[in-house]
Design a protein around this ligand. Structure first.
Ligand SMILES: [Zn+2]
Length: 121
């Protein structure tokens, strides 16, 4: 998809809506590989020069996500990617798989989740 001001605005709106559903603080969103490369190296370390390969990347420690608009083919894939990256932020302990995908679908359908609470030790 082409990154233009309309798309930029709609992604920020979608991010806001998904963040509210997941009870997470709204992350900072990067929308081009150029913006990824402009971030300080320590923040994007490990997923910096490889970011272009993916539809999205989450930098969980920094409440930051990259949505690779240019690579994403259509609106549905865009919505999926936004929800996917935000589920990573809300469920940092969960890796990809059936449960993860189910959560993504639930967020897209409008389900809401309480805030993440670290387990007490
Ligand atoms: Zn992922």
């Amino acid at each position: 998809m082409k990154l233009n001001p309309d798309i930029r605005l709609s992604i920020l709106e979608k991010t806001g809506i998904c963040s509210a559903r997941l009870s997470i603080p709204e992350p900072k969103v990067l929308l081009s590989t150029r913006e990824v490369l402009q971030m300080p190296k320590e923040i994007t370390a490990g997923r910096r020069t490889t970011a272009y390969k993916y539809y999205g990347v989450s930098y969980m420690q920094h409440n930051l996500v990259f949505i690779n608009v240019k690579k994403i083919p259509n609106e549905k894939a865009l919505d999926d990617t936004i929800a996917h990256e935000l589920v990573h932020l809300r469920f940092p302990y969960l890796s990809h798989g059936r449960r993860f995908n189910k959560l993504v679908r639930q967020v897209l359908r409008g389900k809401t989740f309480g805030p993440y609470q670290k387990r007490r030790t």
